[in-house]
Design a protein around this ligand. Structure first.
Ligand SMILES: Cc1cc2nc3c(=O)[nH]c(=O)nc-3n(C[C@H](O)[C@H](O)[C@H](O)COP(=O)(O)OP(=O)(O)OC[C@H]3O[C@@H](n4cnc5c(N)ncnc54)[C@H](O)[C@@H]3O)c2cc1C
Length: 348
């Protein structure tokens, strides 16, 4: 690997040092993926022996600069301006481009969210460098090559590809939410905070955000603390209503296996796994789900997994902290009733 790599053939990028995480926020609240990327960025920065930077952009977002420090950043660049109140490609990309030009980080990471993809893509069109999209594993080769090893599923998700950017800097990637682990928040941690000017004036920006209309019923599995997921064992779409009752009783969201989604029982946005969402809840119920690797890869980082399956040999039990062998149609209503009792909720 690194030793075999012919670094003589690579340009001299010694002016580029450090790992930069672009923090994503909405209404002053950071997306969990930003802190997860700081956790992963910390490891990369340690291997390269360089500082870990965070970039916070928005309006009235100074508190996020301190949060970025609490989640591991050594230095936070803060661009706080009314122009950045809501995300728009042009002013946000202008700030990131200027910072890249001045601070010269060797690695820049964004969350692979709708906003992160838009922003990273816009920056990629301005810089003579590559962008690896939707990575699920990140590593670096030690010096002298210092290459980012950005891995993601490829060829219809049948294999993992590791993508390198040998000839250009910075090395950029978007990374999937829920895959990496945030460091425990430590509010006593301090970082240097450097303010950046937002050079664009409102009159120079063609796009106006008139309103945000929340999509009703949108499931945000990435941020859910409790997920009640169902699979082919449910036998049809109707039992998902039973799972929803348990999820509501626990303040959670409903997830699903691909088998249930492919059968048309529930929408794809509920799918957990390799071709769905990667989740990291505190509590994950796998109900009537066998535990295929393409499913478990998306939920195995859950803090506590409870599996309900009538087959005691189901692979899901290898991932479960608590396993209940039996018929889900008996077990789920009993759990819901108990959860409601404990929360003092009465129904009917
Ligand atoms: C490229 C690729 C990508 C994929 N991506 C994903 C992905 O993102 N997410 C994903 O989930 N899958 C994905 N898959 C599909 C995956 O391989 C499995 O086929 C799928 O996860 C199986 O879903 P399941 O566990 O619901 O169904 P099954 O494997 O059929 O399991 C059903 C389970 O229900 C149990 N059961 C049945 N009745 C009851 C009952 N009454 N009470 C209790 N238990 C009961 C059975 O014992 C069984 O274990 C992918 C596959 C490929 C090839």
């Amino acid at each position: 690997m690194a030793a075999e790599r012919d670094v003589e053939q690579m340009p001299d990028w010694s002016a580029y040092r450090g790992v930069l995480i672009v923090v994503e926020q909405r209404d002053g609240k950071a997306k969990a993926v930003s802190w997860q990327l700081l956790g992963e960025g910390r490891k990369l920065a340690a291997k390269l022996e360089v500082p870990l930077y965070a970039l916070v952009m928005g309006s009235d977002v100074e508190h996020l600069a301190h949060e970025a420090a609490a989640y591991g950043a050594d230095k936070v660049f803060l661009c706080d301006s009314p122009v950045l109140k809501t995300y728009r490609t042009r002013p946000y990309s202008r700030v990131v481009l200027k910072l890249i030009e001045e601070a010269k980080p060797e690695i820049v990471l964004f969350g692979a969210t709708a906003t992160g993809r838009d922003l990273a893509g816009a920056i990629g069109t301005h810089l003579p460098t590559g962008l690896t999209a939707d990575t699920t594993e990140l590593d670096v080769e030690p010096p002298p090559s210092r290459l980012l090893l950005a891995s993601r599923p490829a060829f219809s998700e049948k294999m993992m590809a590791t993508i390198l950017c040998k000839q250009y800097r910075p090395q950029m990637a978007t990374a999937r939410a829920g895959v990496f682990e945030a460091l425990p928040r430590d509010d006593s941690r301090e970082a240097v905070i450097e303010r950046l000017e937002c050079e664009l004036q409102e009159e120079e920006i063609a796009a106006r955000v008139l309103d945000f209309i929340e999509e009703t019923g949108h499931v945000n599995l990435e941020e859910a603390e409790v997920i009640v997921a169902g699979g082919r064992g449910l036998g049809g779409p109707e039992p998902f209503a039973m799972l929803k009752e348990l999820a509501d009783a626990l303040g959670g969201k409903v997830g699903a296996s691909r088998a249930a989604v492919d059968a048309g029982w529930i929408k794809h946005e509920h799918q957990v796994g390799q071709t769905g969402t990667t989740v990291r809840p505190k509590l994950y119920f796998a109900i009537g789900i066998s535990g295929a690797v393409q499913h478990t890869v998306g939920m195995s980082h859950s803090d506590v997994v409870v599996a309900i399956n009538r087959d005691p040999e189901a692979p899901i039990f290898q991932f479960a902290h608590y396993g209940i062998v039996g018929d889900l149609f008996q077990i789920v209503p009993a759990l819901t009733e108990e959860a409601r009792k404990r929360r003092g909720v009465t129904v009917g």
